[in-house]
Design a protein around this ligand. Structure first.
Ligand SMILES: Cc1cc2nc3c(=O)[nH]c(=O)nc-3n(C[C@H](O)[C@H](O)[C@H](O)COP(=O)(O)OP(=O)(O)OC[C@H]3O[C@@H](n4cnc5c(N)ncnc54)[C@H](O)[C@@H]3O)c2cc1C
Length: 320
């Protein structure tokens, strides 16, 4: 493992931006096919997996997110991938493909796989009590406290199940009806220290009554590093940013936007519907891709598809 700064003006055939399951799966497939990629990860290798206490729905694997992350990382290294820590700040077209800026250092790549995932959507309230977006990271700070969990989807319930074991009391607050899978809802309801409040607006006044607040209200894509490239494309002026993620049902919207030649959809997700190609040489995989079902197994499959499409692209340009 090296840092990006050590490689001033580095060159690679394939740069993979991000280090979550999409990126590491892409690295495994690319490496095994003979294209050893360089992976640039801004935070923790394994991505969001490193913050998940228990993974129960990744076929063939039962264990913590950190264990799955470590396995993926090891497999990527065995396949020959070079793993570096560094944040990609921007990317531009260059004669050789793409010029990346990683922590201030320039890097050239013939092709890129964008796998930067999505970050937690912030609760836009100013609270007097501590707020966390990660149960595994901050759960121990809430031990024996009265906590609120904001959110009504699978992530909120999954995280609440972890927190319920630690805290004195847990009130799950969702402004609408609960949307999580029935199995998770049933399991959480069994805890005597848990109360589930539906159709209740989580105001600052309400949340300040708790000792600690955990928030799981969705995600927003990590694509700020693609803004320059996006704005340089024809048709970029047609975009009007909106606040919402696209999600599973938006594949046809993504396809329509792709036909207009846009790189990012109005919510900022990468439009890459076919073969995971967003534009020549730039591929996308995982949570950052518009229309993707945001789960680890899908991110891994997406990474594999993106790697194979990228290899075909690199072979094609090599023949020219
Ligand atoms: C609380 C919670 C529980 C979950 N539980 C499950 C579960 O049980 N089962 C399941 O299948 N899925 C679960 N998920 C969803 C799953 O974690 C994601 O679908 C999956 O991690 C997406 O993988 P990814 O590689 O696309 O993105 P991520 O895992 O988010 O990885 C993206 C990586 O890119 C890095 N990055 C971002 N920007 C840059 C940049 N500019 N330069 C360099 N690096 C960058 C980030 O640091 C991050 O490490 C859960 C998610 C949450 C939030």
């Amino acid at each position: 493992m090296t840092t990006a700064k050590a490689t001033q003006m580095g060159k690679t055939d394939l740069a993979i931006i991000g280090g979550g399951p999409a990126a590491l799966s892409a690295a495994i497939y690319a490496g095994r096919a003979g294209v050893a990629p360089t992976v640039f990860e801004a935070g923790a290798l394994g991505g969001t997996l490193t913050q998940i206490a228990e993974i129960e729905n990744y076929p063939g694997f039962i264990g913590t997110g950190a264990e799955l992350a470590a396995n993926l990382r090891r497999q990527a290294e065995l396949a020959g991938a070079k793993l570096e820590y560094g944040t990609c700040n921007t990317v531009r077209r260059s004669a050789e493909g793409f010029e990346l800026e990683i922590d201030g250092a320039r890097y050239f790549a013939r092709a890129i796989i964008a796998a930067t995932g999505a970050r937690p959507r912030p609760l836009e309230l100013s609270l007097d009590v501590p707020v966390s977006y990660c149960a595994l990271c901050d759960g121990s700070l809430a031990r024996e406290k009265r906590i609120a969990v904001v959110g009504g989807g699978n992530s909120a319930f999954q995280e609440a199940l972890y927190l319920a074991e630690l805290v004195k009391s847990l009130t799950l607050i969702t402004h609408s009806r609960v949307k999580a899978d029935a199995i998770l809802v049933e399991r959480l309801r069994r805890y005597p220290n848990v109360e589930i409040r539906e159709n209740l607006e989580p105001t600052a006044e309400l949340l300040n009554k708790f000792d600690y607040v955990f928030v799981f209200i969705g995600k927003q894509p990590a694509t700020e590093w693609l803004q320059d490239l996006d704005q340089s494309l024809p048709g970029a002026e047609h975009q009007a940013p909106t606040q919402n993620s696209t999600g599973q049902g938006s594949q046809s919207i993504a396809q329509n936007l792709a036909r207009k030649g846009l790189l990012l959809d109005p919510a900022g997700y990468i439009i890459a519907p076919e073969n995971r190609a967003a534009l020549a040489g730039l591929f996308a995989a995982g949570d950052v891709r518009a229309g993707a079902l945001r789960q680890a197994v899908v991110a891994s499959a997406d990474g594999a598809s993106a790697a194979l499409a990228t290899i075909a692209y690199l072979q094609q340009i090599a023949q020219k």
